[in-house]
Design a protein around this ligand. Structure first.
Ligand SMILES: [Zn+2]
Length: 468
């Protein structure tokens, strides 16, 4: 608990620095000369919106997210008594089988409402559960609602896990198949949000977006991320490019055990290293939150997950893709993995806000072009004595232009956005030894890709080692 407080204090301090200089304009505003020097000092003076532009149609869609529907979905999930991976699969009223068939039907209904735009599937595999005391196998069944995009190879994954457990009572390994495990917050909250996202986004975008979106209700998270691992590996084997693998997990509690209340902020976990694609995804969500939901604070946390905890974004990160976890600001471990994880302690107005943040993330990522496959930084030794750098990058289908982003190594997000005048190369006005640079693609619709951080050109096999 003490560690959590320190973390919150640190994050709050960071945010306090960032809010001072946020302007009201949502346009990209480069410095007058385009050559501004990044200010000295330790406080970050940047704008977390990092030049992202608001899409008015997407903003309007956020009003469709309904707390009442979220409550109805979560109430139905709780009514199945337990959704433990080893619970009854044949009953129509109790257990994990009834729950997944009900979820499948919800996605089918959403598909009917958008003219059949969603492909609804079970993604099943019989998997040996290592955490089971006798090493039993279980039928692990993810439920998918797929909104095909113009590019079916690029995939945005938005998930929650529908299984629940009473697993805080050791040493049952999460395999207690009969005790009532309502899982209203963990993770009825995230599951309800994903079902609502499938409904809202498919209705607004029945012809799909540029990238494909998979709304997934993952199975067997509580037995070691088994459903998400299965789907991530399947997408890898199919040669898909996952734009982002994201999970809503525990997004409905707003009251801590000591009575502290926070219904206006949410944590997003974006793992190390600082130049990773997951960290870039975290910055992107932070920016979108500030742009579309200024009254709802995104609290970026620069680590994979809470200390000692895990979630369904991890298998996507391990597969080499950007991954992210959305989690309520204030958790209460007295109501997780226990019969006390009930509906009375879930705030559906809060889940709706998280779902809106999810919606702007999913639609923005899926509406944007891909990011460049490679961005190469080169020191211009001959011309500048080592002071100047240039970037070059690979072209992106559908990009109408590109933007360069730069920041100091100590800045939490990008300090500046530099429009590219044309072509696939540009000289930097920035000493790259002291920071990071990245390139992103901009579509004709104004949506930005994630940024690809620049790295050195790959060294030939017999290259001499770097100079000390
Ligand atoms: Zn969970």
């Amino acid at each position: 608990m003490r560690k959590n407080h320190l973390l919150l204090i640190a994050v709050t301090a960071t945010l306090a620095c960032t809010t001072r200089t946020i302007s009201t304009s949502t346009d990209i505003v480069p410095s007058a000369s385009g050559l501004a020097v990044i200010p000295a000092g330790t406080g970050w003076l940047g704008d977390p919106r990092i030049g992202l532009a608001r899409d008015v149609a997407l903003q309007a869609a956020l009003a469709d997210v309904s707390p009442a529907r979220l409550r109805a979905t979560d109430s139905a999930l709780v009514s199945f008594g337990t959704r433990n991976t080893f619970s009854d699969t044949l009953s129509t009223t109790r257990g994990v089988g009834a729950a997944r068939r009900w979820l499948f039907a919800q996605l089918q209904q959403a598909s009917r409402d958008c003219g059949g735009c969603l492909r609804v599937e079970y993604d099943a595999a019989v998997i040996k559960v290592a955490r089971h005391p006798q090493g039993a196998s279980a039928n692990i069944v993810n439920v998918l609602g797929i909104l095909p995009g113009r590019d079916t190879n690029r995939v945005v994954v938005m998930g929650g896990h529908y299984d629940s457990c009473v697993c805080s009572v050791p040493p049952n390994g999460g395999v207690d198949s009969t005790s009532t495990a309502p899982g209203a917050d963990d993770d009825g909250s995230g599951t309800s949000a994903v079902v609502e996202l499938a409904r809202v986004i498919s209705k607004r975008y029945p012809k799909g977006l540029d990238a494909t979106v998979i709304f997934v209700l993952h199975a067997a998270e509580e037995q070691g991320l088994l459903g998400a691992t299965h789907l991530a590996q399947r997408l890898k084997a199919e040669g898909k490019q996952v734009v982002a693998g994201m999970t809503d997990d525990i997004i409905g509690n707003v009251i801590a055990e000591d009575g502290t209340v926070d219904s206006t902020s949410v944590r997003v976990y974006a793992t190390d290293p600082d130049s990773s694609s997951s960290r870039e995804l975290g910055r992107y969500v932070w920016g979108l939150g500030a742009l579309y939901l200024p009254g709802f604070e995104v609290v970026p946390v620069f680590r994979l997950d809470r200390i000692g905890r895990g979630g369904d974004h991890t298998p996507y990160v391990q597969a080499g893709w950007p991954g992210l976890r959305f989690t309520e600001r204030l958790e209460n471990y007295k109501r997780q993995h226990l019969p006390t994880d009930d509906l009375e302690h879930v705030n559906f107005g809060y889940i709706a806000q998280v779902a809106r943040l999810n919606a702007v993330t999913v639609v923005s990522l899926a509406s944007a072009p891909a990011l460049p496959d490679a961005v190469i930084a080169r020191r211009e030794n001959a011309a500048s004595g080592g002071q100047a750098w240039s970037l070059r990058w690979t072209p992106v289908v559908g990009a109408t232009r590109y933007e360069i982003l730069v920041r100091r190594t100590t800045s939490p997000s990008w300090d500046r956005v530099i429009p590219v005048s044309g072509g696939l190369t540009q000289q930097l006005d920035f000493q790259l030894d002291d920071g990071w640079a990245a390139v992103r693609a901009v579509g004709a619709n104004g949506h930005r890709s994630l940024a690809r951080v620049a790295g050195p050109a790959p060294r030939p096999a017999a290259a001499t080692p770097a100079r000390p």
